[in-house]
Design a protein around this ligand. Sequence first.
Ligand SMILES: Nc1ncnc2c1ncn2[C@@H]1O[C@H](COP(=O)(O)OP(=O)(O)OP(=O)(O)O)[C@@H](O)[C@H]1O
Length: 264
Amino acid sequence: MGQSAAIELLDLTAGYERHPAVHHVSLRWLRGALAAVVGPNGAGKSTLLKCVAGRLRPMHGAVHGVHPSEVAYLPQISEVDRSFPVTVRELVAMGLWRELGPWGRPLSGQRRRVQVAIESVGLQGFERRTLDTLSGGQFQRALFARLIVQDAPVVLLDEPFTGVDTRTLQELLCILRRWHDEGRTVIVVLHDLALVRAVFPTTTLLARELVAHGPTEEVLSEANLLRARHLQEAFDEQAELCELDAASAGRSAVTGGPPDGQRH
Ligand SMILES: Nc1ncnc2c1ncn2[C@@H]1O[C@H](COP(=O)(O)OP(=O)(O)OP(=O)(O)O)[C@@H](O)[C@H]1O
């Protein structure tokens, strides 16, 4: 996998219907990073990840160093439609979409890749099962198999371990470590800070703006976590487009933000 450019966010502001959900974030992830994104509920983690994945256009600023075609993206499980009438094998084969396009039929080598991915997440025997018959953990495994088939240099996961048991968690973490060992850039939104400390060397702490970014132990200091909580509580949910001066707010990673108070 390429080790060239980093993925960079430059003064990124993003949100919905003119309301910024996350604003003036500047940071950089090195290629091959194994990185967590953490923060309180509503901190803008999913919004930021969607921008990196190319699913949401920034209101201001930019994402550099990654093209949507390079990304395998797993949204929050609540956003994935499980009533869609497909089998496990069909879901996993959707990872070939970029190779096949809408009408292409998988060649034998591609079918083999799908089967290997299914087996590598422990779902052999479930190939013909429809998604609505799977347990939550089995469904997450199937989604991971689809990501494996995508074979992308950048993997973005939004709370991928929600509702899985310890064994499934350990097995999915193995896949994550393997992606990292293969040189892929892996960026994961998580809430479990103990897990972040144990597995992820790099962390981004968000609270509508960047609180800290860098080595996990430094980022997850008591002071930073407290600051994130205060920032989140002070955020004005209804604010229109951000008025912050981009020049002063487009600060680099690991620095703090403007003085506390009402923010938008
Ligand atoms: N599709 C949407 N339309 C309008 N507002 C949205 C949409 N998605 C998210 N938001 C709002 O944007 C803000 C940030 O949401 P986001 O999902 O990015 O936060 P998060 O840090 O991922 O939260 P959580 O930890 O609860 O999943 C929230 O105020 C949320 O209500």
